[in-house]
Ligand binder design. Structure first.
Ligand code: FAD
Length: 466
């Protein structure tokens, strides 16, 4: 076997270890730090999609409400500035996972997911946010002929629940993407596609500033102190007194021992190519520009940007004690395995260069979907744990977290996913051993031509209750 390392190193030469989405002169200047003592009706901690969607929904519902949003670093510097940016209606990590985890609520969760994506789109229109959305649909592609029966069953499941889906045999798949890696696929066409996450976050930030939300960047919450019905949120140079706190800190909440019991943090990695030339585009086809996931257990997902870069991600890893920022993400060598996956899907793009590579935290719960933590008085709520499927679902999570804080009687708050918490995750070092075994099992399943349903199966094998 020839050593491919020099070639991979040359493809990565000069790549910046920084998210492509935020690597732009269009990034807005940061808002000033929170300094001094103040008060607010609602404090939102975290300026990713959950925090931004919470701010916009809270302010639109009640414009008189005084809202402060604090972000430890810059807006969208967490997972929200780093995703693949594939969006879909599912609020529970896909239809198959919805059926697996909440079989009694599938119809209702499907309806809520459609409603969420319609409201997502309407908000962008209302505020004139241009986030390069392409409603091109999402396509799931089989990496092995052995995956076809299960993929077809998933296609039928989508049909049963009224999704506008098209089955693609091998030739049909080739018409959508000229890659030898795929044997079949199905294309789900409605309310799904791709978005530029940076532009989305910056557009939401501009909208909440215009609505009068006070935003402070570089202002980490150090602690929150309970004084009866009032909470005091402490930052390095100030304090905010408030009746309600929404913690929109997703993976970072793993530093809280209570939340950590039901949440773990994996690292996922991304590559961005230079814009493809016309000739490179004609080699790969991709006329309908869908967001694509494959059926690998360590799945890859990829999409095009407006200027025809390929954004390519996948291959989860775990670092001891749920490290949210992995030092390894700053080394180009870390991305060599992902480049090999890229070349297996795009062998005719071996001359392409990568401009950006980056990693990011994926907050995972045993049920692969959002969860809540509520303080005993329900005046502090954390929502997160979207398990790598949160660009759209974060709007929904934020809406429900606000409803809990506002004591609204929303029917969805009676559904099992709110009433029931996900299963416990084991403590360290068992967590590290379990995660490493799981990723090893998944790699092995892939080598043998596996299927991504092995993920929940592996978790069950390791006795993580779902
Ligand atoms: C590599 C990768 C690829 C992904 N691909 C997709 C995809 O294609 N489609 C999809 O739907 N989802 C995807 N996701 C998941 C999606 O990005 C997340 O689910 C979503 O962005 C979570 O948003 P959030 O606001 O809850 O969390 P985050 O964006 O992580 O925001 C949390 C914020 O809280 C801040 N914070 C933390 N602690 C404090 C503190 N003490 N004080 C103040 N601020 C604090 C952090 O700095 C951060 O900005 C991907 C994620 C990653 C990492």
């Amino acid at each position: 076997m020839t050593d491919d390392t020099p070639h991979i190193a040359s493809m990565l030469a000069g790549a910046r270890t920084f998210p492509f989405w935020r690597d732009s002169g269009d990034a807005p200047r940061p808002e000033p730090e929170q300094i001094g003592a103040t008060s607010a009706d609602l404090v939102i901690v975290g300026g990713g999609f959950t925090g931004l969607w919470a701010a916009i929904q809270a302010k639109e519902a009640n414009p008189a409400q005084d809202i402060v949003l604090i972000e430890a670093r810059r807006i969208a510097s967490g997972a929200s500035g780093r995703p693949g940016g594939i969006i879909s209606t599912s609020i529970m990590h896909g239809l198959h996972n919805t059926v697996r985890t909440f079989p009694d609520d599938v119809e209702e969760l499907e309806r809520l997911g459609r409603e969420n994506m319609d409201a997502f789109t309407a908000t962008l229109t209302r505020h004139g946010i241009d986030a390069d959305i392409e409603w091109s649909g999402e396509l799931t592609a089989a990496v092995s002929a052995r995956d076809i029966p299960e993929l077809h069953a998933e296609f039928e499941l989508h049909q049963r629940y009224g999704h506008n889906v098209t089955w693609l045999d091998e030739a049909g798949m080739r018409e959508q993407l000229n890659s030898p890696a795929f044997h079949a696929g199905f294309w789900s066409k409605d309310r799904s596609g791709t978005v530029h996450p940076g532009k989305l976050a910056w557009g939401l930030k501009a909208a909440i500033l215009k609505l009068g939300v006070r935003v402070h960047e570089l202002s980490p919450m150090l602690r929150v102190e309970s004084q009866g019905d009032v909470s005091v949120v402490h930052t390095p140079h100030g304090q905010i007194r408030t009746g309600k706190v929404l913690l929109a800190t997703d993976s970072w909440a793993v530093s809280d021992p209570i939340i950590k019991r039901r949440l773990t943090v994996m690292q996922d990695r991304m590559l961005a190519t230079a814009p493809l030339t016309r000739e490179q585009m004609s080699k790969i086809g991709w006329p309908n520009r869908q967001g694509i996931y494959d059926t690998g257990s360590q799945l890859n997902y990829f999409r095009l940007t407006k200027e025809n870069r390929i954004i390519f991600g996948g291959h989860l890893d775990y670092y001891f004690n749920d490290a949210v920022e992995a030092e390894a993400d700053r080394r180009l060598r870390t991305y060599y395995p992902l480049v090999r996956h890229f070349l297996s899907k795009f062998p005719n793009l071996e001359d392409v260069k990568f401009t950006n590579v980056w990693g990011g935290p994926i907050s995972v719960s045993s049920r692969f979907a959002l969860q809540f933590y509520k303080s005993p008085k329900e005046n502090l709520v954390w929502v997160g744990g979207y398990s790598g499927f949160g660009v759209g679902a974060s709007r929904f999570g934020a809406r429900l977290a606000l409803a809990i804080l506002n004591r609204e009687k929303l029917p969805e708050l009676d559904l099992a996913f709110v009433r029931r918490s996900p299963g416990y995750m084991p403590p360290e070092p068992l967590r590290w051993i379990g995660a490493k075994l799981t990723t090893a099992v998944l790699d092995d399943v892939d080598k043998k031509g596996g299927w991504r349903r092995a993920v929940p199966a592996a978790l069950r094998l390791l006795r993580f209750p779902t």
